[in-house]
Design a binder for this molecule. Structure first.
Ligand code: BEZ
Length: 210
């Protein structure tokens, strides 16, 4: 069965551009973002990987380790990284998994045969420190991902772990959030002494102080 939110992220051992890793051990106590790339030496992936490296401080700030996968060898990843550095101005220093035998891609359901029998789709798995899959995004090969959205999802997951809230449409950090429907008004008075805006009993928005 396909992986779902709430499943434990499957562990694996693989060769990567930083050497051989055991995935769970490598993640340690960090959050993880595992994302797939259809193939080395392809244009959209080249832009994504350069951009991801430029976002390194943003991922570090959020205690997130990033790891990419492409269904080619580590030696190819290294040669491709030269091109990424030359064209995007940043060489990926996060690991890229060599998955020429498609073992990890298959484990994570990154191959969608109706899209391609040989190349992965663009999957993103958001994994928390307990190794639980918390969110997934899937794009076709022809659509480059929006990495602002990837950071936004991490911010939402980390915030909603901390407070009994949900984040509304197009939410950005610092904006008002929604009090979780499971929270009674009595509980809300304790949790959110700053008060909230009740547009409907089920739609209560609050500005968090931090
Ligand atoms: C790309 O990364 O540019 C790409 C890869 C496979 C199919 C289409 C585009």
């Amino acid at each position: 069965m396909a992986l779902q939110i709430g499943d434990t992220a499957p562990d694996f051992e693989a060769d990567t551009t930083i050497g051989r890793i055991r995935f769970h051990e490598w993640l340690g106590d960090s959050w993880g973002v595992l994302f797939s790339h259809p193939k080395d030496f392809t244009p959209v992936c080249t832009t994504e990987l350069g951009y991801t490296e430029k976002l390194r401080p943003e991922f570090e700030k959020r205690n997130v380790k990033v790891i990419g996968l492409s269904v080619d060898s580590v030696a190819d990843h290294e040669r491709w990284s030269d091109d990424i550095e030359a064209t995007q101005g940043a060489r990926p220093r996060f690991p890229l998994i060599g998955d020429a035998d498609r073992k990890v891609a298959t484990l994570y359901g990154m191959l969608h045969p109706k899209a391609s029998t040989t190349l992965t789709v663009r999957s993103v798995f958001f994994i928390d420190p307990a190794k639980t899959i918390r969110a997934m995004i899937t794009y076709p090969a022809s659509t480059g991902r929006n990495f602002d959205e990837i950071l936004r999802v991490i911010d939402s997951l980390q915030l909603t772990d901390q407070y009994k809230v949900a984040t509304p449409v197009n939410w950005r950090p610092g904006e008002e959030v929604i009090i979780a429907p499971s929270v009674t008004n009595e509980e809300a008075r304790e949790l959110f002494p700053q008060g909230w805006n009740e547009q409907r009993p089920y739609l209560r928005t609050v500005k968090l102080s931090s």
